[in-house]
Design a protein around this ligand. Sequence first.
Ligand SMILES: Nc1ncnc2c1ncn2[C@@H]1O[C@H](COP(=O)(O)OP(=O)(O)OP(=O)(O)O)[C@@H](O)[C@H]1O
Length: 256
Amino acid sequence: MGETLIRTENLGISFGAHKAVNKVNLELEKNVFTTILGPNGAGKTTLFNLMSGLLKPTEGKIFFKGTDVTSLSPIDRVKMGMGRSFQLTNVFPSLTAYENVRLSMQARENVGYKIFTDHRKYSQLNEKTEEILERVLLKDKKDFKASELSHGEQRKLELGMVLALDPEVLLLDEPTAGMAIEEVPTMIDILQKTKKQGTTIILIEHKMDMVKTLSDKLIIIVNGMKLIEGDPEAVSKDPEVLKAYLGGGVLDDINS
Ligand SMILES: Nc1ncnc2c1ncn2[C@@H]1O[C@H](COP(=O)(O)OP(=O)(O)OP(=O)(O)O)[C@@H](O)[C@H]1O
């Protein structure tokens, strides 16, 4: 087993009487592309919100590389290397794609506008910004305002902004939601390259072709609890999974 990056211990949160996440124990390993699957309302996004610090658990703990981060803010967790995309709310519509990525990188480097007086640092940031725009296939759109980009391109920009934070582990909640179907393969391509470059990705995704192509491991969440985890083929054929979650044959694609 490789190095554990994120570990949760009896992690849970209740909203009133409803246990949205219920005593979840996970070990998310470095370089293992893990996809979290489960029916609508199963608690997947809530689990991400707990891991990234947007929500405080009502029980249990979260560790990042052995350090208890349960009481740390989202920003502190980002600084430690836990990246999370925050949907499109983080994209500044009136700034260009280039400016959006560079701003995110400046936030990571903890530098303000005084950067512009340090020419070496300035050109390093510019180079890295270009490199990230290339990784998310937006190099030719770098001078377009974010508001002028298609929805799919904005999702790629959002990913670029998280990559600019140089995360060791990246929590991605349905990165292709709302994307035109023909744009999905380019997102798969970007995520495969991101993995190759050493970023560990934890994905929430419903699109089975994507899950099948990318995942080393599946974790199935049902009613806030972990039902099963393991190798994608074995998990997708597990009778419990088929019964509890996939009665409608949702996993047929992954088994074909
Ligand atoms: N802030 C909140 N207050 C009250 N209930 C909430 C809150 N956030 C989530 N829930 C509830 O917790 C449950 C889990 O929601 P969550 O969004 O995590 O599910 P999900 O598995 O991500 O679903 P989907 O696949 O539809 O995105 C749902 O019943 C939801 O209504």
